[in-house]
Ligand binder design. Structure first.
Ligand code: MN
Ligand code: FE
Length: 348
């Protein structure tokens, strides 16, 4: 375990004395400034500029469409419910890992500033699925127990949670190479696999309904979540790459191979999930193109980790890149973002 308490010292802290992890006990973990990791601070600012609440989004049209017996086919209802059921607990799982494991070990104040913001966003995301389930009068017991009762979801969550065990164990020392490798594996499991791969079939599924003007309120919320999640994942990958840069001995060939197969196994689990969700295919979406998309996304993640691409798949949903690259979508979040950025200031 890294030391969570610092030792008071009369020595001023310099940016150079800061490290991303395993800081010397005399380097104050309470002192944000001088900032060394500007990227972490910038992610914090970007996150804050994206404030939103699910309850501000009207669910009226969604409720009308969902109630209409002809509004959705049985298979469409099936995949929509699977998506909500997966997210309903996955967001909590990510939040728990963040607060109980990642926050303890990452002792750099700039990174912790972002982690606190991210933790709040995970609460907002959990709230979102509670709000959607309640608005559409879905069966709460069914939705929130899906991760126990649907094997393909159980397997994904079990896979992510398996990499928390190792670092919750107080005998693991992040100052040893093995301890640090365990920790990086946890970061990959949550930031790259859960938030960076497992979430994306849900995003693409819901947004393909949004493109047909179906469930517009839900899809607006999913777009906000996607925008938050892409920052979570980018922060996580920068964090991983910085830990590796500062501790190059952990990034040995055998370890890289392990990380590659760790991610490839997740892709297989996601393929199983796609088969369970879409047995026959719906408009624009089937097991084949969903699997291709998962592989395409996984390759992007390999590239960001400076690992070789494994699949060479093409993006079957080019429209998703436009949605993800939100800055190009001028009118996309226009009203809300502006409201928050100015609305935060008090008038005296
Ligand atoms: Mn989230
Ligand atoms: Fe997240």
């Amino acid at each position: 375990m890294s030391d969570s308490c610092f030792k008071m010292s009369k020595q001023r802290v310099t940016a150079d004395s800061k490290k991303i992890i395993n800081n010397d006990r005399t380097v104050d973990c309470n002192q944000l400034v001088p900032i060394k990791y500007k990227w972490a601070w910038n992610y914090y600012l970007d996150g804050c500029a994206n404030s939103w609440m699910p309850t501000e989004v009207s669910m009226q049209r969604d409720i009308e469409q969902w109630k209409d017996p002809k509004g959705f086919t049985a298979e469409e209802r099936h995949i929509i419910k699977r998506t909500f059921g997966f997210f309903a607990t996955a967001e909590t799982l990510v939040g728990n890992n963040l607060v109980l494991a990642v926050y303890k070990i990452i002792d750099n104040p700039e990174c912790r500033q972002y982690l606190l913001r991210q933790a709040f966003e995970e609460a907002i995301h959990v709230h979102t699925f509670q709000y959607i389930v309640q608005s559409l009068s879905l069966n709460e017991g069914e939705m929130f127990n899906m991760y126990r009762e649907v094997e393909a979801i159980y397997n994904k969550d079990q896979y992510a949670m398996s990499c928390t065990d190792g670092i919750m164990d107080t005998t693991v020392d992040s100052k040893t190479k093995e301890g640090l490798q365990n920790f990086i594996r946890n970061l990959v499991g949550f930031y790259v696999i859960t938030e960076g791969i497992f979430f994306y079939s849900g995003f693409v599924t819901m947004l393909s309904f949004g493109r047909q003007n179906r469930l517009p309120g839900t899809c607006e919320q999913i777009q906000y979540i996607l925008r938050d999640e892409s920052i979570h994942m980018n922060f996580g990958i920068d964090l991983i790459n910085t830990i590796i840069a500062e501790n190059p001995s952990v990034w040995e060939d055998s370890y890289k191979e392990m990380i590659i197969s760790f991610i490839k196994r997740a892709v297989e689990l996601e393929h199983k999930y796609a088969e369970e969700c879409l047995p026959n295919g719906i408009l624009g979406l089937n097991t084949k193109n969903l699997k291709e998309y998962i592989e395409y996304i996984a390759d992007r993640r390999f590239e960001r980790l400076q690992l070789p691409k494994q699949y060479g798949a093409e993006n079957p949903f080019p429209w998703m890149s436009e949605v993800i690259d939100l800055k190009k979508e001028k009118n996309f979040f226009e009203t809300r973002v502006t409201e928050y950025q100015t609305g935060g200031a008090l008038e005296w």
